[in-house]
Design a protein around this ligand. Structure first.
Ligand code: AMP
Length: 285
């Protein structure tokens, strides 16, 4: 086990450390997270180590990206376990701001992202992507990394962040990292720990259904009937409500009726009280 990462709770101390690394010519990579770390997060840290010399992982459960009836208060938090995992993964620093540090009295600015945030999760989680865009902008300004990594698991989030960084000329490269899955296909997620054993047994159907649709789309099939069939199949398996199941262009997130260039089959569905999201790439044959 490697040393625990350096812990930072003030922006000044964090910036001083990053400045020291930068003066030494080191490339700094940020991995933003909400903690409750799992192997999916650690895959991002491993990628960060592969492309840079210094890895900063932020852990902040951001209240402004949760809706009033969402799981902010019960979202799992275990900083000590997270730090031990980060030590094993070789992260150099953990940025652990408090809610007061991020949103002191008088805080009043919000980033309002454009069309990438419309539809999909944007429809079912009003304000979510504004909260994400605002907090990620703050994290990028606080850390000042060369590169920031985001999982393809949250594909719309990745595209929203890309658009914010592009539109605001932020001096950072955004990279997506493929989704890490359990052996049965379920995408790793901090929320998987909410699943009861019976639900856990059903959960991999989400990836299976998306993959079946992706395969048929790749051979030229039309999206409409496949999506309808897929929704019915998820409901028959025990999901509900299925909030959306759609085929979107991988670049623009525009709706796609028949795949001609890279697309994503993307879905959000409740399984009991747990909201699961996933997406699968479609590469036209
Ligand atoms: P979260 O803590 O859920 O906000 O996730 C932090 C980062 O890890 C985000 O960029 C996620 O997309 C990414 N992530 C979460 N789960 C996975 C996974 N199974 N595979 C790859 N990246 C993931």
């Amino acid at each position: 086990m490697s040393d625990l990462p350096l812990r930072f709770q003030s922006v000044e101390a964090l910036r001083a450390q990053v400045a020291t690394w930068r003066r030494a010519g080191e490339r700094i990579v940020l991995v933003p997270t909400m903690g409750a770390l799992h192997a999916g997060h650690l895959a991002l840290v491993a990628h960060a180590r592969a492309i840079g010399q210094r890895v900063v992982v932020s852990i902040f459960v951001n209240p402004t990206q949760f809706g009033p009836n969402e799981d902010f208060s019960r979202y799992p938090r275990d900083t000590e376990a997270d730090l031990a995992l980060l030590a094993g993964a070789g992260a150099d620093a953990a940025w652990l701001p408090s809610v007061e540090t991020m949103y002191p009295a008088g805080f009043s600015t919000r980033i309002e992202p454009g069309p990438a945030a419309e539809g999909l999760c944007g429809t079912f989680r009003p304000g979510h992507f504004s909260g994400v865009s605002t907090v990620v902008t703050k994290l990028l300004n606080q850390v000042g990394p060369d590169v920031a990594l985001f999982g393809e698991k949250d594909f719309q989030q990745l595209q929203v962040i890309r658009s914010v960084v592009r539109d605001l000329d932020m001096p950072v490269t955004i990279e997506g990292v493929p989704t890490l899955r359990e052996a049965d296909g379920l995408a790793l997620s901090s929320r998987n720990r909410y699943l009861a054993p019976t639900e856990r047994a059903i959960a991999p159907r989400l990836h299976a259904v998306l993959s079946e649709i992706a395969e048929r789309l790749a051979t030229g099939a039309k999206a409409g009937p496949l999506v309808a069939e897929g929704m019915a199949s998820l409901e028959a398996a025990g999901f509900g409500p299925v909030q959306y199941l759609e085929v979107r262009d991988a670049d623009t997130l525009a709706p796609v009726a028949q795949v001609e260039r890279e697309a994503r089959v993307i879905a959000a569905a409740y399984l009991g009280g747990t909201r699961l999201i996933d997406n699968v790439a479609v590469l036209p044959g």
